[in-house]
Ligand binder design. Structure first.
Ligand code: FMN
Length: 245
């Protein structure tokens, strides 16, 4: 693939939330998962597992648990991406040692899953399919965990819907390049807020075009992070074996 083709693919990303019916081919799934495994992985730990959920009743229930997100049941395929420390525990204990996962090990696993998941999504996008990550999977995490009978040391992080797109969403603007890239030192607060203002203007236009005038990016962020969200997730992961201290 030419560099420009890859950049075009990256630039063409849009989250798809409406899917036409139709299964996602198992051969394609295996090719995309194998490609996802090519992502760099900290100390080669490969701290991820992905579970494809096929059962339609389970998909319906998961859609409900994810906050009534119908793409979870309607997409051609739905995957649950997990940070996997179980494999490591089994290996350590088989070697006669005590498994001691700490916060850094958990971070390593989450980073590994994120890199794996982005490769996975990109593989599906390269095949012309649409994708939607589902962080809503953590809304009612305990129920999701019970439904999928996930063992200890396996931490469901988010879902991924994949399938033929039944919509063509517009591209969502991103922060200006100069807001996320700096030289040598992190920029001043004035510079940060100037970038936010520029992004607010771009997003206000995008919202207005989508029939939602008056909205801004910073308004959404101010609401999002001023309230406690999914406050029980850390305690749940800890109870399943994550070392979060
Ligand atoms: C980890 C993660 C979780 C997400 N969770 C959801 C979700 O639960 N539901 C949803 O509709 N979109 C979800 N998204 C998609 C984001 O809302 C979307 O990427 C963002 O608004 C930017 O839009 P774009 O992907 O079309 O550029 C998630 C994205 C990521 C990376």
């Amino acid at each position: 693939m030419e560099e420009t083709e890859l950049f075009e693919l990256l630039g063409a990303h849009r989250t798809v939330r409406r899917f036409a019916g139709g299964e996602v081919d198992e051969g394609l799934v295996e090719r995309c998962v194998a490609a996802a495994q090519c992502a760099a992985t900290s100390s080669h730990v490969q701290a991820y597992s992905v579970i494809r959920v096929r059962d339609s009743a389970e998909r319906e229930r998961l859609a409900e648990l994810c906050g009534g997100q119908r793409q979870v049941s309607e997409a051609g395929a739905f995957f649950v991406l997990c940070a996997d420390q179980r494999r490591h525990r089994l290996v350590v204990e088989r070697a006669g040692s005590v498994f001691r996962p700490d916060f850094d090990a958990f971070l390593v696993a989450v980073i590994d899953v994120a890199l794996f998941a982005q490769n996975l999504a990109l593989g599906f996008e390269a095949a012309g399919l649409g994708v939607c990550f589902i962080g809503g999977l953590r809304n009612r995490l305990e129920e999701v965990d019970r439904l999928l009978e996930l063992p200890s040391d396996l931490f469901a992080l988010f879902g991924l819907c994949v399938g033929e797109a039944a919509e063509e969403p517009p591209r969502r603007p991103r922060l200006p390049l100069g807001s996320v890239l700096s030289e040598g030192r992190y920029p001043t607060d004035e510079h940060v807020l100037a970038g936010v203002a520029a992004h607010d203007r771009a997003m206000a236009r995008a919202y207005a075009a989508a029939g939602k005038p008056g909205r801004t990016w910073s308004g959404g962020i101010a609401r999002l992070f001023a309230a406690a969200r999914r406050a029980d997730v850390g305690a749940f992961y800890r109870a399943k074996g994550a070392g979060l201290d």
